[in-house]
Write a protein of this length. Sequence first.
Length: 255
Amino acid sequence: MVVVDGRGLHSGVESRVTLSRAAGPVTLNGTPLEALRVVDTDRATTVESPRVRTVEHLFAALAGLGVRSGVAVRVDGGELPLVDGGAAKWCDALLELGVVADEPRLRVVRDGRVEVGESAYEFFVDGVVEAAVDVDVELGRHASWGGDPDDFRARIAPARTFAFAREVEMLAARGLASHVDAESVVVLTSSGALSAGRPFTADEPARHKLLDLIGDLYLYGGPPLGRVRARRPGHTSTHAAVRLAGERGLVALDT
């Protein structure tokens, strides 16, 4: 058993997450992953039942390490803690637990493109796992990952949550920013990036968007076997795009 404590980014509420080895599929407070419903995508992914906010970083760690069974997650609190702002600490907790990788259940079965508002998602049949993003941030605009767990832990998982300066001011006005560890968040301003702790690199926001994409795809059994390329992805558009891709026969779960 491994325990992770901290405050949620959006709520500021203290929470505790307990990861335990358990037979069967990954569960969240006793509910199998496939039974979770996405109920809110405003600035984070919220699922129920039970209702838990900001699940995408933990789910990205599970996806990046290829873990789809053998782990029970218990959350005491309504939001997962921000911890390091990415997925590195979640990866370390899972590795400490002694997790075992599985093959993805989701597969790209037909090439195609899905557009959701200003976002676009392309799916390509292939025998490898590959996810890539293109973002509109005036720094590094592209990031990709080829399905390797070690590469995910070393390069994608450490990418921190980022926010624009105007968003930080809004959160502070609501009393929700004071609890955030400065080393866990990158603030983007008109003149560059502000960060504490380890050095910021220009592609870190793109890598974090990729991390979020991987975490959101995990809810559907992915990232899929095949290639996914997302332009201007976000939580709302990603969940809508995967559902549309399923309805149009671009992706399917292995039975």
